[in-house]
Design a protein around this ligand. Structure first.
Ligand code: HEC
Length: 218
């Protein structure tokens, strides 16, 4: 109905729409202009967009620049990817810290009673053993009757018979001042697989020698 009001000088086309001749775009509210171009026999009307619509358009465009500058040009605020990464990293760090605290407080009793009775840890320890130790110590831990390494089932713990002694010899390998065993030495597994896996495989080995460590069992 605005058409009627604002468009006194218009011409009515064949569809009954009053258009303003001689203009390319509508300038006033309610004005209708028939654009000149024709595509596939189709011609377009132009009308002024309502202000509420234009306001949203220009505000969105302005918001883009602010957003782009804040997040990407100056990095004033972390993007969602960055804050996500930071959180994932924080969780990973917490895990590392937790493992470190556990290892710091590791002792004979914890090794035998906590790590050694946790089936998940023992399964991991077995995995470590099968991957890294079985070549020399053999599946039955007898080290091929002591041919390829010290047997782990003979009741003799050359570097100390406490659970932590076993942990330490695996962690740090044959000590510098030791002549090893039959001219063989063991490497530092702590450096290769890390203390957590060493503790797991220690728990596994202890669990296979229950008599040797019975006095630590609660
Ligand atoms: C390349 C061969 C080899 C591999 C692989 C190996 N060891 Fe050994 N291990 C030895 C030798 C040799 C000794 C004796 C070292 C010594 O007396 O100084 C030994 C000694 C030990 C001892 C001390 C035994 C005792 O009677 O005091 C433990 C425990 C042990 N190994 C555990 C492990 C574990 C756990 C792994 C896997 C993470 C492993 N070993 C991998 C060769 C190996």
């Amino acid at each position: 109905m605005n058409k009627e009001n604002n468009n006194e000088s218009g011409v009515t086309d064949k569809y009954g729409v009053k258009t303003t001749p001689g203009k390319e775009f509508a300038e006033k509210k309610g004005e209708v202009v028939l654009r000149e171009h024709v595509f596939d026999g189709i011609q377009e009307y132009d009308q002024k967009m309502p202000n509420w619509w234009l306001t949203i358009l220009w505000l969105s465009i302005a918001f883009f620049f602010v957003y782009y500058l804040v997040y990407y040009s100056f990095g004033l605020l972390p993007t969602s990817t960055e804050s996500m990464d930071a959180r994932v990293e924080a969780i990973a760090q917490q895990r590392v810290d937790a493992v470190k605290r556990t290892l710091d407080s590791l002792d004979d009793s914890i090794l035998v009673n906590q790590w050694g009775s946790d089936t998940t840890i023992l399964a991991k320890g077995q995995e470590v053993y099968n991957q890294h130790c079985v070549a020399c110590h053999a599946p039955d831990m007898n080290s091929n009757n002591g041919l390829t390494a010290r047997p782990l089932t003979d009741g003799v713990w050359h570097y100390g018979d406490k659970p932590m002694d076993v942990f330490n010899i695996i962690l740090t390998g044959t000590p510098k001042d030791s002549e090893g065993y039959k001219m063989m030495r063991m490497e530092k597994w702590g450096e290769k697989i890390g203390p957590e896996k060493v503790a797991q495989v220690t728990a596994y080995i202890l669990s296979k020698n229950p008599d040797d460590f019975a006095k630590f069992k609660k």
